[in-house]
Design a protein around this ligand. Structure first.
Ligand code: GTP
Ligand code: MG
Length: 332
């Protein structure tokens, strides 16, 4: 504005895109349909020193347990484990500076201005880690799917060939057998075999789902139908878990001897019991077909879960408060 002095206001900032974990959401389904999101754009600055309004941030709600990856680099941007955790995933642009900023006593009618910065654009991948309390692991055919179908309303495919289960199934289990009491969630996982951590069989891609379970139930077939040695079975799978991650290997575990009804001699089961006792592991023997031992197993799972810390779904406030270590000063 000649004579009146410079009065071009700054442009507004563009809105950021923020992901926030919430217990209100259970799936990532909405992101299957809606795939492109934009933060609100900032408004232009105007004359009379009017600054443009900044765009609103866009907050996308995701279930607790969502991991956000940068699709291009594969890098983990955020691991939103607990409700309330948030991350600014994509930054909005920065508003430019109007000419009013460039006024100096000796330069009263500046025509200069500074253009804003473009906002970021990113391709992200969202992955939801299952938040089951108990993960069922074991060789193919150990009876994992049969057990979950016995103790919950889950109805996975069951068959006498290996790798019947191709993706994890979740089932809600009632701790005391009534629909009124406490419940917990069990995950039935695809079978594992020796070398799984190097990609054999279905590999161990599914094990990342049980990294957050609180308890691992390791099923071992002690019937004559299993040509292998139960103790070896246990050690092989335990070795695969360890090769996948130390964290997984360190999880509380109970041993479940399965198919008791089809075990004509008690030897295999007894060997497994002795092995578990020597290692200080709790062991339960069941038949998912006849139901023998199943209520005891469910009760034991519930009791162990009671003693263990709660799932990370219920946020960990101390994580947010974690102090960042001070940067060592580099200036002398
Ligand atoms: N007799 C007997 N057979 C069982 C029992 N539990 C499971 N089976 C049988 O064992 C076979 C395998 O059972 P699944 O439950 O599909 O085994 P899984 O561990 O889920 O197998 P994958 O999904 O391949 O890893 C099926 O033919 C079942 O009927 C049991 O308690 N007793
Ligand atoms: Mg199965």
């Amino acid at each position: 504005m000649p004579r009146g002095g410079p009065s071009g206001g700054d442009g507004g900032d563009g809105g950021d895109i923020i992901f926030e974990a919430t217990s209100q959401e259970n799936t990532l389904l909405r992101f299957r349909f809606d795939r492109e999101f934009r933060g609100e754009r900032g408004r232009h600055g105007e004359g009379s020193n009017k600054h443009g309004r900044s765009g609103e941030d866009l907050v996308l709600l995701v279930p607790a347990g969502t991991v956000i990856y940068d699709e291009e680099t594969g890098e983990i941007l955020a691991d939103l484990a607990g409700s309330g955790e948030r991350v600014v995933a994509v930054r909005g642009g920065r508003g430019g500076r109007g000419n009013a900023r460039f006024a100096k006593p000796w330069h009263r009618a500046p025509k200069e201005f500074e253009t804003g910065k473009l906002g970021e654009e990113r391709r992200l991948r969202l992955e939801l880690k299952l938040l089951a309390d108990v993960g069922l692991v074991g060789f193919p055919n150990a009876g994992k799917s049969t057990l979950i179908s016995r103790i919950s309303a889950a109805r996975p495919k069951i068959a006498d060939y290996p790798f019947t289960t191709l993706a994890p199934n979740l089932g809600v289990v009632s701790a005391d057998g009534t629909p009124f009491g406490r419940t917990f969630v069990v995950a039935d996982l695809p079978g594992l075999i020796e070398g799984a951590h190097k990609g054999a069989g279905l590999g161990i891609q599914f094990l990342r789902h049980i990294e957050r379970t609180r308890l691992v139930a390791h099923l071992v077939d002690v019937s004559e139908a299993n040509p292998r040695d139960p103790v070896r079975d246990y050690e092989i799978i335990a070795g695969e878990l360890k090769a996948f991650s130390e964290e997984l290997a360190a999880k509380p575990v109970i041993v479940v001897a399965t198919k008791l009804d089809a075990a004509t001699s008690p030897e295999k089961c007894d060997e497994l019991r002795a092995f578990a006792a020597a290692r200080g592991l709790e062991i339960y023997a069941i038949s998912a077909v006849s139901g023998e031992g199943v209520p005891e197993l469910v009760r034991a799972m519930a009791q162990i879960l009671d003693r263990l810390p709660k799932a990370r779904r219920e946020a960990e406030p101390e994580r947010a408060a974690e102090p960042t270590s001070p940067e060592p000063s580099s200036t002398p």
